[in-house]
Every structure is written in structure tokens, then in C-alpha cells.
Ligand binder design. Structure first.
Ligand code: NAD
Ligand code: UFG
Length: 342
């Protein structure tokens, strides 16, 4: 298939491009580079062994720009990563988040349907479950109250895409609810490249390890978890990338199979690790020190979040292959080789 990858220069998008090409697909990337560097695409091409990845520096809110891309390429499907994703920033700038993430997706979907491309995989998030009513979380777990505008954009966009699919069954919609992506391509050539102070645990750990930050603040050690620190379902980004390729099979099933159905999958490993589990694994596997101190809880955090990934295994034949050791090894390998990012 030829796949439009929005946000393809970013962390998860760049890793997904590699898995797509490995599986024999081709891709066209649209990204406005608001949170990425085109060097990632150059390195992806190098890893795959192609001269270049077709790339358009276009904002998904730019209808004319997208029209040109669709006129130049026949697309079979879209994997839609483009969006703003900083939880804290979304609280400060809710309008910008709703406008970019929701406004952008509405424009994208409109252009797609005009070009008769009605297959979309959307990057959703475990955040749509809010404080989950069951652990491990299955896809039947009801959605919950999000604690920030970023989370609401994901929850609302799921609804928007489901409604569009219901009204026009020619649409095939796949919602992938990611748990906590970490790690990097084992080559160390591409990885997560946050701007400024990292919000997320793993890039903070790697920046402490490489000497860019003094110590990790552990946000709370009084949660009802085995060691008191928050528990999450960390997933290697290469496993997450492979889940997108597996999900493409939803588009080749007979139309009768997918009528009035949106496919929803949790994408995690099913294992919960605490903040201190991650720190200890990082130190053990990489032989580097990660000083930390306990800080107050971070507003909006929940105690425990991990999934039951059985549905993706049963229906897509996908399951995570990498464990915690590979996650911390590859995160460090990327950071060590690229202390300043791209
Ligand atoms: P990222 O910021 O590295 O990648 C997103 C890309 O989208 C960036 O390259 C950015 O420049 C681009 N972009 C943003 N707005 C755009 C616009 N209007 N037009 C065109 N391009 C635009 O983030 P990521 O970690 O790779 O996340 C990819 C997707 O997965 C996002 O939708 C994110 O919300 C979702 N997600 C991420 C996580 C996570 O922890 N990383 C967890 C759950 C869901
Ligand atoms: N944490 C720290 N110190 C830090 C950063 C994080 O102790 O400096 C802790 C948090 O309190 C939490 C755990 O590490 O217990 C993971 O925190 P992250 O910020 O890495 O991840 P979250 O689970 O809070 O959220 C992430 C993404 C969201 C996404 C969610 C579910 O940031 O966008 O995973 O996919 F919605």
C-alpha cells in the first residue's frame, strides 16, 4: 500500500516508516516540523536504504497544501500521527491544542474523502480511559474523564472518527490507544527528541544519565503500588511501530466485515513497571548512574495504568516483542550517540 504518514518526521512516525518499508509498503510524509527535524527522515531513508522518503512540509490544517499532496500521489490509507502532545502545555494553551489537533484532523479527513481515501489509523492514547475502572485495561473499559485538553482532543477525535465511519461505512477507522512509548531504533540513529525540559519519564532519565540534567524528580512515592511510585505500560517504539503495519490488515478485509465498525486496539505490552523499576533497569542494563529524589505527586497523574493487549494479538496477530531491558538499552543508545538530539 502507499500510505500517507502525517507527523512522519516525529518520534513514533519515523519509526513506523521503517516498519512500513520493511513490510513492502511505501509512504509519503506530511509534517509541518513544529516538533521535529527533517534530519529524522534523512536517517530513516539511510536505515531503509532508499534515496529519500517523499516529504511535504505541509500543515494538516492547510487544505490547499493537502490537496496538492493528494493530487500528486494516490494514497491507499493514512496513518495519522500529526498533533501536539505536551500535556502541560495543553493546559496553558487549550485553544491551540483543540485547533491544531481537532481542526487539523477535520481538514485531513475532508481532503481524504474527496480523494476517495477512506482508510485511517489514528494515534489515540491510554489517556482516553481517564482513571481506569479496570486494570489491566481492556478495550471494553469505558472511556473516562481526561485531566487535560490534550487528552480531550484524543477522546473527542475518537468520537469524530467513529461518527464519520458510522455515517459512511466505506470508511475504515482504526483507533490505536498507545500506552507509554519509549526506546529507539536499535541503530541509535533515530529516537525521541524533545524540545526543552522533557515531560516524560524516559527522556528525562536519559538526559540525567548523559549529564544534561542533575537528577530525576520522582513524582510521588505514596501511590497504592508495590513501591509507591506510578506504574505504567512502557512499550518499545519499534513494537508500537509494528502494530501500525499489523493494523493495515483491517483495510483489506471484506467490506461486510467492517461495516459500522471502528476497530479499537490497546497497544501495550500488558506489563506494568513503576518509575523506580525503570530507573533500576536503566542503571543495571546500561551501567550508568541516574540520581533521583522523591518529589510531590504531579497533578493529573494516576497510580496505575497498564493494558490487556489480547485483542490486538487475537485479531491482528501483533504482540510486543521487546522487554524492559531492550527499552532502556535502546533509549540510552540513542541518547548517548546523539546527546544534542538531531
Ligand atoms: P511527535 O511530536 O514526535 O510527532 C508528531 C509530529 O506531528 C511532529 O513531527 C510534528 O511536527 C507534527 N505536527 C504537529 N502538528 C502538525 C500539523 N498541524 N501539521 C503537520 N504536522 C504536525 O510525537 P510522537 O510522540 O511521535 O506522537 C505521535 C502521535 O502519537 C501524536 O498524535 C501523539 O499525540 C500520539 N501519542 C503519543 C504518545 C507518546 O507518549 N509519545 C502517547 C500516546 C499518543
Ligand atoms: N514521572 C516522574 N518524573 C518525571 C516524569 C514522569 O516520576 O520527570 C512519572 C510520572 O509521574 C508517571 C510515570 O513517570 O508515573 C510516567 O510519566 P510520563 O510523563 O512519562 O507518562 P504518562 O503516563 O504521564 O503519560 C504518557 C504521555 C501521554 C499519554 C499517556 C498514555 O505523556 O500523552 O502516556 O499513553 F496519554
Amino acid at each position: 500500500m502507499n500510505i500517507l504518514v502525517t507527523g512522519g518526521a516525529g518520534f513514533i512516525g519515523s519509526h513506523t516508516l521503517i516498519e512500513l518499508y520493511k513490510a513492502g509498503h511505501t509512504a509519503v510524509v506530511v509534517d509541518n516540523l513544529s516538533n521535529s527535524n527533517p534530519e529524522s527522515l534523512r536517517r530513516v531513508a539511510e536505515i531503509i536504504g532508499v534515496p529519500e522518503i517523499p516529504f511535504y512540509q505541509v500543515d494538516i490544517r492547510d487544505c490547499e497544501g493537502l490537496e496538492k499532496v493528494f493530487s500528486a500521489h494516490r494514497m491507499d490509507a493514512c496513518i495519522h500521527f500529526a498533533g501536539l502532545k505536551a500535556v502541560g502545555e495543553s493546559v496553558e494553551k487549550p485553544w491551540e491544542y483543540y485547533e491544531n489537533n481537532i481542526g487539523g484532523t477535520l481538514v485531513l479527513v475532508d481532503v481524504m474523502r474527496r480523494h476517495d481515501c477512506k482508510n485511517i489509523i489514528f494515534s489515540s492514547s491510554a489517556t482516553v480511559y481517564g482513571d481506569p475502572v479496570e486494570i489491566p485495561i481492556t478495550e471494553n473499559c469505558p472511556k473516562g474523564q481526561c485531566t487535560n485538553p490534550y487528552g480531550w482532543t484524543k477522546s473527542m477525535l475518537e468520537q469524530v472518527l467513529m461518527d464519520i465511519q458510522k455515517a459512511d461505512p466505506e470508511w475504515n477507522v482504526v483507533l490505536l490507544r498507545y500506552f507509554n512509548p519509549v526506546g529507539a531504533h536499535p541503530s541509535g540513529r533515530i529516537g525521541e527528541n524533545p524540545n526543552g525540559i522533557p515531560n516524560n519519564l524516559m527522556p528525562y532519565i536519559t538526559q540525567v544519565a548523559v549529564g544534561k540534567r542533575k537528577e530525576l524528580g520522582v513524582f510521588g512515592n505514596d501511590y497504592p503500588t508495590p513501591d509507591g511510585t506510578g506504574v505504567r505500560d512502557y512499550i518499545h517504539v519499534c513494537d508500537l511501530a509494528a502494530a501500525h503495519v499489523a493494523a493495515l490488515q483491517c483495510f483489506s478485509q471484506s467490506p461486510s466485515h467492517s461495516v459500522t465498525q471502528t476497530h479499537i486496539y490497546n497497544v501495550g505490552t500488558g506489563n506494568g513497571y513503576s518509575v523506580l523499576d525503570m530507573v533500576k533497569a536503566f542503571v543495571r542494563v546500561n551501567g550508568v548512574d541516574v540520581p533521583y529524589s522523591i518529589k510531590p505527586r504531579r497533578a493529573g497523574d494516576i497510580a496505575t495504568c497498564y493494558c490487556n493487549p489480547a485483542k490486538a494479538k487475537a485479531e491482528l496477530g501483533w504482540q510486543a516483542k521487546y522487554g524492559i531491558d531492550e527499552m532502556v538499552r535502546d533509549s540510552w543508545n540513542w541518547q548517548r550517540q546523539n546527546p544534542e538530539g538531531y
